[in-house]
Design a binder for this molecule. Structure first.
Ligand code: MN
Length: 303
């Protein structure tokens, strides 16, 4: 029996799955995302990225997903693997989540999970979104409303008072895990989620689910990936909406105190905070900052 192995990215693997959605599918095989089957071919997609095509139709199907028989014929035919396959980033239904604000002394943590479906690609500025790391605040303010108009999303804003209260009993990663979980559950209640749901990974998968062990409901069909905002459009969109909500919160803080709160957690933040505390008193810090950051000690000691 003919067997062909190709190496694909997760994006390509789930694109393959959506193209072959009429195949019989199994999810119960260890170390695999899934196995697809029809009368001609069995396709097994391993979490390592290896995809094995076997059966009479192996070559025909593999050729559609990055296998080039000509390239293989010139090699000793022992291990016909080519990697990585060159497939372009075709539109694909997916959901993704990301958070903003965990490195900023002032302001909330915001988490957004959002869904991008194939039909959405023509309504949103895909090329600009892909570069989400490079986007300035002005561009975020321009693009996010377009995304919020066209995409399904759930965004959570954890303000500083609530954050500081929660932080007395749980660390920042536990808080993040709960927020991501809640965002996906909110979406799930409203709509049918796509097969591919990606979380921008901030802890090991097993740790993430351990953090959620006592939650009444756990959304557990996630794919964990680091730097996911650079790889998956839905995660990039989630990051942009989360960032937008974060900026919106800063605007409110600025208006409330008639000042301009700095981002980040560096010396410029300490300098600002010392002046802020001199004017509003040390207790005011608890309602605008992530109080457990090392900045707090430095600020209070400097008074
Ligand atoms: Mn992230």
């Amino acid at each position: 029996m003919k067997t062909i192995t190709v190496k694909l990215t997760k994006n390509q693997i789930f694109s393959l799955k959506s193209k072959l959605s009429h195949f019989k599918i199994r999810h119960d095989i260890a170390y695999t995302y899934f196995q697809l089957k029809n009368d001609d071919v069995t396709i097994t997609a391993y979490t390592s990225g290896k995809v094995v095509f076997s059966g009479l139709g192996a070559e025909t199907y593999a050729a559609q997903f990055g296998y080039d028989p000509k390239a293989i014929n010139q090699q000793p035919a022992k291990n016909p693997t080519i990697q990585p396959a060159q497939l372009d980033d075709e539109p694909l239904d997916m959901a993704g989540s990301d958070e903003v604000g965990t490195g900023d002394y002032f302001g909330p943590i915001t988490v957004c999970a959002c869904i991008v479906r194939k039909d959405d690609y023509s309504h949103i500025p895909v090329k600009r979104i892909k570069d989400s790391k490079q986007l300035t605040d002005d561009v975020i303010r321009e693009i996010a409303p377009i995304l919020m108009e066209h995409l399904e999303y759930s965004v959570l804003v954890l303000d500083n008072k609530k954050y500081n209260m929660l932080h007395e009993t749980m660390n920042i990663n536990v808080i993040k895990a709960k927020l991501h979980n809640q965002a996906f559950l909110n979406l799930k209640k409203r709509t049918m989620l796509p097969e591919l749901c990606i979380i921008d990974q901030f802890v090991q998968e097993s740790t993430y689910y351990r953090y959620l062990a006592h939650e009444p409901e756990i959304f557990n069909s996630l794919v964990f990936e680091t730097k996911a905002e650079n790889k998956y459009l839905a995660v990039a969109c989630g990051a942009i909406i989360a960032r937008y909500k974060f900026l919106e919160y800063y605007d409110k803080l600025d208006a409330l105190y008639a000042t301009q709160f700095p981002k980040g957690a560096g010396p410029h933040v300490d300098a600002f905070a010392i002046a802020f505390v001199s004017e509003h008193g040390p207790d005011a810090l608890r309602s605008v900052s992530k109080y457990h950051f090392a900045n707090t000690k430095r600020i209070l000691n400097a008074l």
